[in-house]
Design a protein around this ligand. Structure first.
Ligand code: MLT
Ligand code: ZN
Length: 461
């Protein structure tokens, strides 16, 4: 029998596409964490902004919780619907609405996949520079809701830097047109920036106007093998002052083993404890020579023990596979993911203490480190061993995350660099945000969503 709430929704929003198919409930009720059992009330697929507003007005009046939903590639449970919520999927609202060549801005609907945004920019001879491995599956609305980072933050910053305008539907169904593509606008609080990174708790992103930039110059892609993390920091400090970095990513022998087992080809003879995959501008001979000189200096210092330069685009792609294939190669182990950041200069001290802590706390678990060194962002993946029950594993990992959170607090870091807080990290928010900050966040949420229906349980209770 149809749930009477759905009959009421259908009456309130005529023509709204709704699904209660078991396959849809499962698919749209979960994200890439796969940790929570999906149990949504139904999935709504609005066709336009007016339908999103009507759904939110209805949900607010009826007190039905709503989970805004993009590509659900999130890794913190921010888009999970496990408590009978209505999932509001933006996937039908996936059109590029227009490009203004004078402003250099692209306007898209929230459900547009990141890759489609990048391709639309490219078609204009320009670049939307935020980029990461899930580009084909994630949506721009989800990127905005999590202030997504990725592999080019070192050069271009996070999603926040590129959002010139944002249309947001609040918990009461109000449509806010924030920023409106203005370059200058000194007229009070910038609510656009409140919504960016709010994980769908302050409103539903329905449309975005994005800044574009000039395409990147040709790059040199380089994979370096290093003896220690200290050496890695020396290499970073040296490279960043000599070349214009486009990326500076790190991985370890442990991660490499997984990604190789998944089919990635490996260019060195020996195995090394640390690796850096870097890209820098190499448009002319001077830039190429600067990169080579930086490499040779690091080699002479013993900070680098081996290196390989991509000689073609195909080879560069192969090298990138070693880094971008990590998430997929670890997925079968259902990793418990920590996504932390500290100031770059603090990384070595933090890493040494965190590694000691994890070795003591997890002697039985395999831990895979990788991340965006140039952003002070480390991904710490704890792999679930076969035979260890889910609840047991998560409880053990949670305990250690508590210790990690204490360590982060002592180093002035963040419990989530780019994946968001969602369900996974809300117990540890206090390690990164003061009680006064959290109280203000609660107050803001209550103003924009007085009925408390927007993604409840995410970020904080
Ligand atoms: C990455 O850096 O590859 C992403 O944040 C995804 C992940 O951490 O697995
Ligand atoms: Zn990352």
């Amino acid at each position: 029998m149809t749930d009477p709430r759905l009959t009421s929704l259908q009456t309130a929003v005529p023509g709204l596409r709704l699904s209660t198919e078991p396959g849809d409930l499962e698919h749209y009720g979960r994200d890439w964490t796969r940790r929570w059992t999906p149990a949504p009330l139904a999935i709504a697929f609005p066709a336009d902004v007016a339908q999103v507003q009507a759904v939110m007005r209805w949900a607010s009046a009826q007190g039905v919780a709503v989970v805004p939903s993009g590509g659900r590639t999130g890794l913190s449970g921010g888009a999970v619907a496990a408590r009978g919520e209505l999932v509001l999927s933006l996937e039908r609202m996936n059109k590029v609405l227009g490009f203004d060549p004078v402003d250099g801005q692209l306007t898209v609907q929230a459900g547009t996949p990141l890759q489609a945004v990048q391709e639309a920019a490219q078609a204009q001879g320009l670049l939307y520079p935020v980029d990461f491995g899930s580009r084909g599956s994630c949506s721009i609305g989800g990127n905005i809701a999590t202030n997504a980072g990725g592999i080019r933050v070192i050069r271009f910053g996070n999603t926040r830097e590129w959002v010139a305008g944002l249309k947001l539907v609040t918990g009461t169904g109000e449509l806010l047109d924030l920023g409106r593509g203005l370059v200058k606008n000194s007229s009070g609080y910038d609510l656009r920036h409140l919504a960016i990174g709010a994980e769908g708790t302050l409103g539903v992103v329905v449309e975005a106007t994005l800044r574009l930039t000039r395409p990147l110059p040709p790059a040199q892609t380089l994979l370096l093998a290093l003896p220690s993390f200290e050496a890695l920091m020396q290499v970073f400090a040296h490279f960043r002052t000599r070349v214009d970095l486009q990326a500076f990513e790190f991985l370890t022998d442990v991660g490499l083993r997984h990604v190789r087992a998944h089919g990635a080809s490996y260019p060195f003879d020996a195995v090394h404890p640390y690796y850096v995959l870097t890209e820098y501008d190499a448009a002319d001979e001077a830039q190429q020579a600067a990169g080579l000189a930086a490499f040779e200096h690091c080699l002479a210092q013993g900070w680098v023990v081996d290196g390989v330069q991509a000689a073609s685009e195909a080879q560069a792609k192969q090298l990138w596979r070693l880094r971008e294939g990590l998430t997929e190669s670890l997925a079968p182990y259902r990793p418990y993911k920590n996504d932390i950041s500290v100031r770059i200069a603090v990384l070595p001290a933090f890493l040494a203490q965190a590694q000691a802590l994890l070795a003591e706390a997890y002697p039985q678990f395999e831990v895979v480190w990788f991340g965006h060194i140039g952003d002070g962002n480390l991904h710490i993946n704890v792999l679930q061993p076969a035979g260890v029950a889910d609840a047991d594993f998560v409880a053990q990992c949670g305990q250690v995350t508590g210790l990690l959170a204490d360590l982060l607090q002592a180093h002035g870091g963040s419990i989530s660099a780019e994946h968001g807080i969602g369900l996974a990290k809300k117990d540890y928010l206090g390690s990164t945000r003061s009680p006064a900050e959290v109280a203000l966040m609660r107050g803001i949420r209550a103003v924009m969503d007085p009925a408390g229906i927007l993604n409840p349980g995410k970020l904080f209770d």
